[in-house]
Design a protein around this ligand. Structure first.
Ligand SMILES: NC(=O)c1ccc[n+]([C@@H]2O[C@H](COP(=O)([O-])OP(=O)(O)OC[C@H]3O[C@@H](n4cnc5c(N)ncnc54)[C@H](OP(=O)(O)O)[C@@H]3O)[C@@H](O)[C@H]2O)c1
Length: 338
């Protein structure tokens, strides 16, 4: 099979499409012929050497796929062969074939293309965990979604609209029109101006009840200030550090130095909450994640979950795919097709 291999830390030239032995499904696993694999910001950070959860290099990245079950291991119902599925993979998804534990694979709804199917797991489970499971977003509350035009951002917008919250989103200006069409109530340019006074003006100085912030560093300080009383902030990324080589390491250091330090008494007296999410540390919570997935699949059936695929790059265009995400050009999901 062909697979996208990240050979070392570095710029986009470290990625190669290589031949690898076909995997064999072990007991309890299914072998999926991949039709589309998701590309995530974690893959960019991993290539840059800034993602501690990534496998040792050389490695095949890839947290999610959609495809067709080609064969099954022992203890798996053979009727699954031929089923169109979406799967969560602990790496190795960016390949023509991947073996996945059966519990991490679910049937792809007919109404989703393979590309749309691969856009579901990471973005929508992350957004669900942030907004619903941990953020407890309620109807008529206000939510600020940072990078609203990105993969997780658009997923969060679908969910927040369904809940009936008022939505605020930061994004590059080129994405604002699209975001308004998707239902975002207030699009804020955060690259050419300070977004905090704009948000405060839009909310009559009150701020919002929920903020999801994947930027890190001093962005978390500012987001915390934008919380209304009873507000919650979900931190889930360090996009601000993204860069190859020594620049990336320095940016991580800067982000850590500028990170806020919270005091529980301060949180108590200000009626504010902070929580963190790392979906990649949820592998031991299969039942919980399966419950979230079922809710999302109901959303697909009812039409309020609408994954938006920005672009499908071929495996041999992997350098372009990384440049696209790193260059902030994507609106929604980038997927890779063999
Ligand atoms: N903790 C978790 O479980 C978890 C799970 C999934 C994702 N994440 C994190 O969530 C964030 C979004 O992930 P994603 O996969 O959906 O990617 P994404 O948002 O589609 O990523 C690309 C977008 O991020 C924005 N961005 C902000 N700072 C950037 C920078 N320094 N360089 C490049 N782009 C930047 C850009 O949009 P603008 O137009 O807004 O600038 C860009 O288009 C990432 O930080 C990722 O690591 C965390």
């Amino acid at each position: 099979m062909r697979a996208i291999v990240t050979t070392a830390n570095g710029d986009v030239r470290v990625m190669k499409v290589e031949e690898r032995p076909d995997p064999t499904p072990a007991k309890g696993e299914v072998l999926v012929r991949v039709k589309a694999a998701g590309l995530n910001f974690a893959d960019i950070l991993a290539r840059q050497g800034l993602y501690p959860d990534g496998p040792p290099k050389p490695c095949v990245m890839g947290y999610e796929v959609s495809g067709v079950v080609e064969s099954v291991g022992e203890r798996v119902d053979r009727n699954r062969i031929g089923q169109e599925v979406i799967g969560m993979t602990r790496f190795s998804g960016q390949a023509e074939l991947v073996a996945v534990p059966e519990a991490q694979v679910f049937e792809k709804p007919d109404k989703l293309s393979f590309e749309e199917g691969a856009a579901i797991p990471v973005n929508y489970l992350t957004a669900w965990a942030l907004l619903v499971a941990m953020g407890g977003l309620q109807k008529d509350e206000a939510v600020l979604i940072h990078n609203a035009g990105g993969g997780v951002g658009l997923a969060a917008l679908d969910i927040a609209k369904h809940i009936g919250a008022e939505t605020f989103g930061t994004a590059s200006v080129s994405k604002h029109e699209f975001l308004k069409q998707r239902g975002l109530d207030h699009a804020i340019d955060y690259r050419n101006q300070d977004w905090l006074p704009v948000l405060l003006e839009l909310t009559n100085g009150r701020g919002v009840e929920l903020i999801i912030d994947p930027l890190g560093g001093d962005s978390w300080k500012k987001s915390y200030r934008a919380l209304r009383t009873t507000g919650r902030m979900g931190v889930f990324g360090l996009s601000a550090a993204s860069a190859s080589g020594i620049r990336g390491k320095l940016r991580v250091l800067k982000a850590v130095i500028k990170m806020p330090r919270y005091n529980p008494l301060g949180l108590m007296n200000r009626n504010k909450g902070i929580f963190g999410l790392n979906l990649g540390h949820m592998w031991g919570e299969g039942e919980k994640v399966a419950g979230w997935t079922a809710a999302l699949m109901r959303g697909v059936a009812e039409g309020w979950i609408q994954p938006h695929v920005d672009h499908a790059f071929r495996f041999d265009e992997i350098a372009d795919a990384h440049r696209h995400l790193e260059g902030r050009k994507n609106i929604g999901k980038v997927v890779l097709v063999p």
